[in-house]
Design a protein around this ligand. Sequence first.
Ligand SMILES: [Mg+2]
Length: 188
Amino acid sequence: MARKAAFLDRDGTLNDERGLHYVHRVRDFHWIDGAREAIHKLNEAGFLVIVVTNQAGIARGLYTADDVNRLHDAVQKDLEDLGAQVDAFYISPYHVKGIVPEFAVRHEDRKPGTGLFERAMREHDIDPALSFMVGDKASDLIPAEKLGMKTVLVLTGQGENHKETPAADIVVTGIAAAADWIVEHDAS
Ligand SMILES: [Mg+2]
């Protein structure tokens, strides 16, 4: 039977960038209050937790996929203490203005493209009708809406600039409230 999933944006949704762009060092990753507990709540409610993140810094030559994977290992380790986990991370390394030739292309994996979502759905047998996306930008929600998921805009990160987006089913203060809303609207 197809699974339900909670797709989560990373920067501005799980971590507070504090004005930094292109966060890729472990020491620059700062959890938003309640984010770890929110992931735990989604785990406990039976959702696959999938992080989908645009990392244009890879195309721009600022850091590599290995750096991002190392950061995500540290994120996972932080969650372990709580008995929580991210089930999978999906990264888009592309940006059309990049300098690393293989990634300097327009690509459907870069949100608002649907590529990362579709790959996750295939690889984890996810039913979009039972699934949700949480993000701080319209570009996070547009692909999820297109695929038939419910969408939550958080007001952390860039959220204040995107709160009027028609792609949001609901606007909430942050990831903790988003997890509450998702569990309340679980259709499985
Ligand atoms: Mg974001």
